[in-house]
Design a protein around this ligand. Structure first.
Ligand SMILES: [Zn+2]
Length: 344
């Protein structure tokens, strides 16, 4: 394993060749400046050997297997680190979430992994499928990483791409964080990274970013970087700003962030989530509607069980509409313009 990685510098290839697990952890140094520890398939930690800065950064990708751009982006950063083209200044943990689904070229193998965190993997039927087993492992790796030291700023960017087009190409979901102000610096970092739109979530969820936010006080986000394309078919020029800012972050270079002002970004509040109650749930709008398309009050959004589901506020926008989910799960997130969120 070690020899292959040192020769190819391709951690993604090594991960996909061993999608379930690695036989054992291994580690090595790059020069006298960086310690590398591989904990498992898709799990690689870079730590400066001297002068560790004050941020502990988790970059995760491939929680959904067909969302390839973030996987290529992370593997590119890992390759640059292994080739000593860039050097970490911060402790940085990369996670390639769902190698089995990446090999399949599908979003999931059995179950949506981004509904399985905060212990959800072990509820109901328990650890019955690869996503549940992997979600539990990923939680333990994040726990080990963040608990290794106290006092650092904890950051977790969980990188995705969306199934459909979007009026805002790149956007982030800010997990519900009662009692904690939203971070102006984080919002401006996202903007510099090309992510100019932020959704404030309104309730606890079982996503990976909420797990890190809630349990470790991390500045954590689910970040959507554009539309899904097959591996190798992404136009990586669309990710230059994102890659540059992630690289500056983990290398402890100057971020050169603008000062925060709400008019520099698009801020939305999640007003409700519509869960599927019946098998015959269907949307009234076209299946290719873009994320952030808005509808007026009274508009019939969907029908199920003979009932209409209508827009309740003056105007609501849709994000992630998907009628083909199991009963009980989310079909769509509804948004309104954010009313003066507590950003500091
Ligand atoms: Zn995703």
């Amino acid at each position: 394993m070690l020899d292959t990685l040192l020769k190819t510098k391709d951690f993604l290839a090594l991960t996909l060749a061993n999608p379930q697990s690695f036989p054992e952890p291994f580690g090595f140094d790059i020069g006298e400046h960086t310690r590398v520890d591989v904990w498992d398939t898709g799990v690689i930690l870079f730590q400066p050997l001297q002068q560790v800065a004050n941020k502990d950064v988790v970059l995760s990708c491939g929680v959904h297997g067909n969302e390839t751009a973030p996987i290529e982006l992370c593997n590119g950063l890992i390759r640059d680190l292994l080739e000593d083209k860039i050097r970490v200044g911060e402790r940085t943990l990369f996670l390639i979430g769902n190698p089995a689904a990446i090999n399949n070229g599908t979003r999931i193998v059995d179950e949506n992994m981004n509904r399985l965190f905060s212990g959800e993997h072990s509820r109901g039927p328990g650890l019955v499928n690869p996503e549940r087993i992997r979600a539990r492992k990923l939680e333990t790796y994040v726990d080990r990483f963040f608990r290794a030291r106290e006092g650092a700023q904890r950051i977790h960017y969980d990188l995705h791409t969306a199934i459909r087009g979007s009026k805002h190409e790149k956007f982030a979901i800010y997990p519900y964080r009662p009692g904690r102000a939203y971070s102006a610096e984080q919002i401006m970092f996202l903007k510099a990274a090309g992510v100019d739109t932020v959704l404030f979530h309104h309730e606890p969820t079982t996503t990976f970013s909420y797990f890190s936010s809630e349990n470790y006080g991390a500045d954590a986000f689910t970040i959507e970087l554009g539309k899904v394309y097959p591996m190798g078919q992404n136009d990586m020029t669309r990710f230059i700003a994102t890659r540059e800012m992630l690289s500056r972050l983990i290398c402890d270079r100057d971020l050169e962030l603008e000062s925060y002002s709400p008019d520099k970004v698009n801020l939305y509040q999640v007003c409700r989530v519509i869960n599927k109650q019946a098998e015959d749930f269907e949307f009234t709008f076209a299946s290719d509607v873009e994320n952030f398309t808005s509808f007026p009050k009274g508009f019939v959004l969907a029908r199920e069980g003979g009932k209409d589901i209508r827009v309740e506020l003056d105007s609501e926008a849709v994000v992630f509409p998907n009628a083909k989910v199991p009963v009980g799960q989310r079909t769509v997130i509804m948004l309104t313009a954010a009313q003066a969120p507590d950003v500091r």
